[in-house]
Design a protein around this ligand. Structure first.
Ligand code: ADP
Ligand code: MG
Length: 500
């Protein structure tokens, strides 16, 4: 699966042994096997000699070898006891597979103007030097973390975590990236979680208005299991265990959540067609997305799969970018129901993790942890598919309105494009620094204003007037005049005045 422009498996390990393996690789004398150190000693030393003379020579030889920094090969050992040199392949990353090679960067990679990521902008030579020789217990290095950002220049974040420990071990680069991406400063701020759906304010009146405009609602987030490496840094064994644990959790799902798991490997054409038609099947990673060069697509499609409940309103993706992506979705605009189900799935996974004597990957500071810094905290994206015919006529205006309410619009043909049939995917922009309840509430409130704007545009109100109202958004929700109490004004017979 690897292409020509990727580093061939032999290049990286041969030229640049992994720093954290230094003790091993330095002593792995591929060209100078241990036995050959004997030849460094002058040939006359090898003659059979009287004991005292031999001892004297040995001391001389020892000090000579020590002066070359060789201390562990002193020749009291017989040649046949000398450890075998390690095979060259073992110098490479043990995570390497037939379809993927991890690179080792000895010096800070050269970033070009094509490199857009925060990582490429924030990783200074000093930081690189400071972090380059570190390795997590699961075997993840800085080189591993930045590979996707180095090889896929258009990415915005450009760094991945390979396990839970990556978030602390590489925090000196992770934190600035998080701050740059989210505007949340982990050095000074803490993240809080709140998965209590009953706290949402969503009136019946709002629900009725949403149903007029919203085609479907979806809330998703990443969930990972503590103790297992993340997809970018995992070995096949951990990946398999994660799938096993998640399948146990799916088996224990009750009531509305009950459903079926479809492993990607060996999936029947019929199931594939069914999942594709419903938009449930996740994409096979392309070489241009984050997953590929992060190493998260190794051994594809082994131990990947999709769960959905019978009503197809609860979905879980297994071992794609994260251990699990949980998705709650349904037709229409009942955000409260969708969020309540989302919280149920999250709680069911947390319970399953606990039953396996572990927990979901979560940190007090950063909230839920996963592969990409963009999905930390709540990792939650709550979106509505909403038809906005009028706003669709001026995408820039729609974007400005969304910005005002901390929402992100996604059109059907990429950034700054209009949406087919005026159908937009609009979601919360932030992921961290707000609780789940707060983010979903922000989405509900923002969409309420956006629908009001759409209705004003339909009534013929100008964009300038709407922009002025945005100063005080409550004005957008003020009822039309005919719905307000009116009384006759005795002074101006025949006209009326409005009592607000
Ligand atoms: P994410 O990264 O949050 O999963 P994507 O933009 O990659 O989001 O979209 C994943 C899929 O989910 C796409 O097919 C998208 O059209 C679909 N989707 C997003 N929001 C909704 C929604 N509210 N209703 C139905 N489908 C949605
Ligand atoms: Mg996506």
């Amino acid at each position: 699966m690897a292409t020509e422009n990727e580093v061939t498996p032999v290049e990286a390990p041969a030229e640049t042994p992994a720093p954290a393996e230094t003790p091993k690789t330095e002593a792995a004398p591929a060209e100078i096997p241990a036995a050959s150190t004997e030849t460094e000693v002058a040939p006359e030393d090898v003659k059979v000699e009287e004991e005292p003379a031999k001892e004297k020579k040995m001391t001389k030889r020892k000090s000579l070898m020590q002066s070359f920094g060789i201390t562990n090969l002193f020749s009291t050992s017989k040649p046949e006891e000398t450890p075998e040199p390690e095979p060259i392949e073992e110098k490479g990353d043990i995570k390497n597979t037939e379809d993927f090679t991890y690179e080792v960067y000895e010096t800070l990679p050269e970033f070009t103007p094509e490199h857009k990521s925060l990582m490429s902008k924030l990783l200074t030579p000093e930081l690189f030097e400071q972090l380059k020789d570190l390795k997590t217990e699961k075997g993840y290095t800085l080189s591993n973390a930045i590979q996707t950002g180095v090889k896929t220049p258009h990415l915005g974040v450009g760094i991945t975590a390979g396990d839970e420990e990556s978030w602390t071990m590489f925090k000196d680069i992770m934190y600035p990236v998080i701050k740059g991406w989210h505007g949340f400063d982990p050095e000074t701020q803490d993240h809080k979680s709140d998965l209590d759906a009953s706290k949402l304010n969503f009136s019946d009146e709002q629900a009725a208005v949403f149903d007029k405009y919203v085609k479907s609602t979806r809330i998703r987030a990443a969930r990972n299991v503590s103790g297992y490496a993340l997809p970018a840094g995992t070995l096949a064994e951990d990946r398999a265990k994660v799938q096993e644990l998640l399948c146990q959790a799916f088996d224990a799902f009750e009531g509305e959540l009950k459903g079926k798991y479809y492993p990607l490997e060996g999936m029947s054409e019929e199931d594939k067609k069914f999942l594709l038609e419903n938009g449930f099947l996740f994409q096979i990673p392309k070489q241009t997305n984050l997953l590929w060069h992060a190493g998260a697509a190794r051994d594809w499609p082994k131990n990947r799969g999709i769960f959905h409940n019978d009503a197809k309103t609860a979905l879980c993706w297994v071992n794609e970018e994260d251990h699990c992506r949980i998705i709650s979705m349904q037709n229409g605009g009942n955000v409260k129901e969708v969020f309540a189900r989302f919280c149920q799935i999250s709680a069911a996974l947390a319970k399953a993790a606990e039953e396996n004597n572990t927990q979901l990957m979560v940190s007090e500071k950063l909230g839920f942890l996963g592969t990409c810094p963009s999905n930390l905290g709540t990792g939650l994206r709550g979106s509505v598919m909403i038809v906005l015919e009028k706003l669709n006529e001026d995408v820039i205006f729609l974007e400005a309105v969304c910005e005002k309410f901390d929402l992100q619009p996604r059109g059907s043909a990429g950034e700054h494009s209009a949406a087919e049939g005026g159908k937009w995917d609009i979601s919360n922009k932030q992921r961290i620094g707000y609780t789940e309840v707060e983010l979903v509430q922000k989405m509900i409130d923002g969409i309420t204003y956006i629908i009001a704007i759409e209705e004003k545009l339909k009534e013929g109100v100008s964009k300038e007037d709407i922009t002025a109202m945005l100063e005080n958004p409550e004005d957008l929700l003020a009822k039309p005049e005919e719905e307000k109490d009116v009384v006759s004004d005795p002074q101006t017979e025949g006209s009326c005045c409005v009592i607000v």
